[in-house]
Design a protein around this ligand. Structure first.
Ligand code: T3D
Length: 263
C-alpha cells in the first residue's frame, strides 16, 4: 500500500490529511482509500488529536474514483461496483460522521463524484473560490455514492439535490456556499489561513462538547422532536460533567479566556 497517497501530519492537536495523487487530481484508488481509512482510525484512537483537517495536494481536491482503476485499458475492469463502493467509500463516510472530533475540509480545487461527496461528509467545508463541485457520476452513467443522496438533500434541499445529481453540472464554490452546501468560500490564497485556521481554532475548544454537537446533528435528520429533545438533555448532562465546562464557567467568573483541555 502506498503510504504517500495520503500525507498525514499531527501538530498542536490537529491531524492534517492531504489527498496526495495530484497527477490524477487526487482520484481514489484502492490504496488511497485504505490509507485514508487507516489514518481516520488512528485519529479516532488518539486523544491528543482534537480536530481534523482534510484537503488535497495540487490543483484539485479530489476527482472521485480513479477511472483508470475502475476501467483499465489493459486489464479486467472492477467486476462489482456495489462491493467496490462498500469497501472503498462507505467506511470513510461512516468514519468521518462517527469521529468524535470536528473535521474541517479545505476544498482547494475541483471536487467531483465521490470527491465532492467526501467533502460534504465533513463538518465544516471551506472552499477556495477557484474550486467547484460536480456530481460527475451521471456523466459516465453512474449514480451518486459516498453519501451524496443523503447529504445533498439535507444540505441544500431536494430541488437542488435533484438538479445536481441529474444534470451533473459544475457548481462554483460561491454558489455552493449560497445554497448551503458548504460553510463558505474564500479566495484561494486565503484557504490555508481560513480553513486550516478553523481546524486549529477548534482544536483549542471543548472537544467533548463539539463531539456531542456532532452526535446530535447526526441524529437530527432522522429523529422526532421528542427524541431530539431527550438527546439534547442527555448530551447537556454529559457536557456538564466535563472539566471543560468547569473551566469555562470559572473563566467566565474570573473574566479571562478559558483554557480548554478537551477533557
Ligand atoms: O466502483 C466504482 O468505481 C463506482 C464509484 C464511483 C465513484 C465516483 O467517484 S464516479 C465519478 C468519477 N469521477 C469522474 O467522473 C470525474 C472525472 N474527471 C473529470 O470530469 C475532470 O477531470 C474534472 C472535471 C474533475 C477536472 O477537469 P479538468 O479539465 O480540470 O482536468 P482534466 O484535464 O480532465 O484532468 C487532469 C488529469 O487528471 C487528466 O490526466 P492527463 O490527461 O493529464 O494524463 C485526467 O485524465 C486525470 N483525471 C481526472 N479525473 C480523473 C483522472 N484520472 C483518473 N480518474 C479520474 N477520476
Amino acid at each position: 500500500m502506498s503510504q504517500d497517497s495520503i500525507r498525514f501530519e499531527c501538530a498542536d492537536g490537529v491531524a492534517r490529511m492531504t489527498l496526495n495523487r495530484p497527477d490524477v487530481l487526487n482520484s481514489f484508488d484502492r490504496a488511497m482509500s485504505a490509507r485514508l481509512q487507516e489514518v481516520l482510525h488512528a485519529v479516532s484512537l488518539d486523544e491528543t488529536v482534537r480536530a481534523v483537517y482534510l484537503t488535497g495536494a495540487g490543483r484539485a481536491f479530489c476527482a472521485g474514483q480513479d477511472l483508470a482503476e475502475a476501467a483499465p485499458k489493459d486489464a479486467e475492469p472492477i467486476a462489482d461496483f456495489a462491493e467496490h463502493v462498500r469497501r472503498m467509500y462507505n467506511p470513510i463516510v461512516l468514519a468521518l460522521r462517527g469521529l468524535d472530533k470536528p473535521v474541517v475540509c479545505g476544498v482547494n480545487g475541483v471536487a467531483a463524484g465521490a470527491g465532492a461527496n467526501l467533502a460534504f461528509a465533513c463538518d465544516l467545508v471551506v472552499a477556495a473560490q477557484e474550486a467547484s463541485f460536480i456530481q460527475a457520476f451521471i456523466k459516465i452513467g453512474l449514480v451518486p455514492d459516498t453519501g451524496g443522496t443523503f447529504f445533498l438533500p439535507r444540505l441544500a434541499g431536494t430541488a437542488q439535490a435533484t438538479a445536481l445529481a441529474m444534470l451533473g453540472e459544475k457548481m462554483s464554490a460561491e454558489r455552493a456556499a449560497e445554497i448551503g452546501l458548504i460553510y463558505k468560500a474564500c479566495p484561494g490564497a486565503a484557504l490555508e489561513e481560513t480553513a486550516f485556521g478553523l481546524a486549529r481554532q477548534l482544536a483549542t475548544q471543548p472537544t467533548r462538547a463539539l463531539a456531542l454537537i456532532k452526535r446530535m446533528l447526526n441524529a437530527s435528520s432522522g429523529a422526532t422532536l421528542e427524541a431530539q429533545l431527550e438527546l439534547e438533555a442527555e448530551c447537556q448532562g454529559e457536557a456538564g460533567r466535563t472539566a471543560d465546562y468547569a473551566e469555562g464557567v470559572r473563566a467566565f467568573h474570573e473574566k479571562r479566556s478559558p483554557a480548554f483541555t478537551g477533557k
